[in-house]
Design a protein around this ligand. Structure first.
Ligand code: ADP
Ligand code: MG
Length: 471
């Protein structure tokens, strides 16, 4: 073990020498006859114990030790005194400036024991400090882990899991991850049911704002006057029926995230207010003069093409540019068919938990059916389909059956195998951008057959880009 260092301060050379002899066997010894120099040594060396004479010309031992305390509070401070300086000593002990005092002349062995005991308590103090520090580190780590786990549990409870192995969804997630930690506004675009609301929740829950509120408002769901007061709040008497002051959603979401769904439905007057709050973080409650400041992250969503809305004068260009800083497009399910199996399995498990059922999976035929439909209603439609299949399937596996999009079968007059084939052709046409040669090759049929089937299945021909269609 490392030897402790002792600092001995006395203006009498003789005493310094004698004390050095007493302790040099067991400890590293520093000596000085000057108080100032003693403080200097204390600042530079790791001194476990300082032994100082009380009567010295430059400063008294008590004064020296009071200063030593400020340099290193852990060092044990002992006074040697030849006089009965009781008042000063009692004061120093009471103030915690010194640990003990020893009267001159001392008994060599007794002094050794005193120093040894003092150093034992010094070690205990150091060990305690080390343990406290360690505990603090462990606590911080536990608290981090706890936060992380709580977030996972939260997400699990609220079913905030994004399923998607397709290249398209991976790109969406990669893009989302780039902005998750910044407060930048996000615009989510995509057809109804693709997962815009889910993604908005996911962003909030993964962001540093996750322990504040996520508030959702559909801009198309309220008449404009109501929407304004809902978002910005109002003062009592601002309009008929405003019987008291009311906070708006912007204030409620302070520190958190406000999700504005169907943003295209917001009227131009409100668009101005929204633009202002996005630029300045400032707004007024209805009927109030005072401006208020909030820190809210905005996630907007739309299933319309906002660019077109801007061109038609329905949406303000300046607001469009402001919220379109970070656009994220979620492609329709039919453009990422490889997500269907895992989404189907996820929906099944989710529904089983909700209804307390134990259906574990899909028969191969049922899955085949699920994978051959084009889901105009996207993931929401897939969910509904599975819900229906669960009710109609006895046993613990979903079987192929009546639950398959009946309306579609009826309305097209096609049989189910035909319907599956139609979906397959349509998907390949999309994939190969209408190139019939490639589609026919993929299906291992001739182009003429392909063309006949397309006609039979009423598949749109405008999208066909084959340069030499000669049928
Ligand atoms: N990638 C996904 N992983 C898991 N569930 C999804 C996914 N995308 C959508 N869903 C589910 O599908 C349903 C519709 O999604 P939602 O976010 O409401 O769509 P949107 O807001 O675009 O209309 C929700 O129940 C949602 O949980
Ligand atoms: Mg939605």
């Amino acid at each position: 073990m490392k030897r402790h260092s002792l600092l001995i301060v006395d203006d009498e050379k003789e005493i310094l020498r004698s004390l050095t002899l007493t302790f040099m066997q067991d400890y590293e010894i520093f000596t000085t006859s000057s108080g100032t120099e003693a403080l200097d040594i204390l600042a530079k060396q790791d001194i476990a114990l300082i032994l100082a004479d009380q009567r010295m010309p430059e400063m008294t031992g008590v004064e020296l030790l009071a200063k030593a305390l400020l340099i290193n509070p852990n060092t044990i401070r002992i006074i040697l005194t030849g006089y009965t300086d009781t008042a000063a000593l009692i004061e120093a002990i009471n103030q915690g400036h010194i640990y003990q005092y020893i009267t001159k002349p001392w008994e060599r062995q007794a002094l050794r024991v005193t120093v040894k005991r003092a150093l034992e308590s010094y070690e205990i103090v150091l060990e305690n400090q080390r343990l406290i520090k360690e505990l603090q580190i462990i606590n911080a780590r536990l608290s981090d882990e706890n936060t992380f786990l709580r977030r996972e549990v939260d997400m699990e409870l609220q079913n905030i899991r994004i399923i998607g192995q397709s290249e398209a969804m991976r790109q969406v997630i990669a893009t989302v991850n780039q902005v998750i930690n910044s407060p930048v506004s996000i615009l989510l675009t995509g057809e109804t049911g693709v997962g815009k609301t889910l993604l908005a929740r996911y962003i909030h829950h993964c962001s540093p704002r996750h322990d504040r509120l996520f508030i959702e408002q559909n801009c198309g769901a309220l008449p404009e006057a109501l929407l304004e007061s809902e978002l910005f709040g109002h003062k009592r008497g601002a309009f008929t029926g405003a019987t008291q002051d009311r906070k708006g959603l912007f204030e409620a979401a302070h520190g958190g995230t406000l999700f504005l769904d169907e943003i295209s439905e917001m009227n131009p007057a409100l668009q101005v207010k929204l633009l202002h709050i996005l630029q300045e973080g400032k707004f007024r409650r209805l009927g109030e003069n005072e401006t208020r400041q909030v820190d809210v992250r905005i996630i907007a969503a739309t299933n319309k093409n906002l660019q077109v809305a801007v061109e038609n004068g329905q949406f303000r260009a300046d607001l469009y540019y402001r919220i379109n800083v970070f656009p994220i497009h979620i492609p329709p399910l039919r453009e990422r068919m490889d997500d269907i199996p895992s989404l189907a399995q996820h929906c099944l498990a989710k529904q089983c938990r909700k209804l307390n059922l134990s259906i574990t999976d899909f028969s191969a035929e049922a899955m085949q059916s699920l994978c051959s439909y084009d889901y105009p209603g996207n993931v929401r439609e897939l969910e509904n389909l599975i819900e229906r299949a669960m009710i109609l399937s006895p046993g613990n596996q979903i079987q192929d059956g009546e639950w398959f999009p009946v309306s579609m079968v009826e309305s097209t007059g096609l049989s189910k195998p035909q319907l599956i084939e139609r979906t397959q052709i349509k998907r390949l046409l999309d994939l190969h951008q209408g190139n019939l040669t490639q589609v026919a090759q993929a299906l291992k049929i001739s182009r003429t057959t392909l063309w006949r089937r397309m006609k039979e299945y009423c598949l749109q021909l405008e999208s066909v880009r084959d340069p030499d269609v000669s049928v």
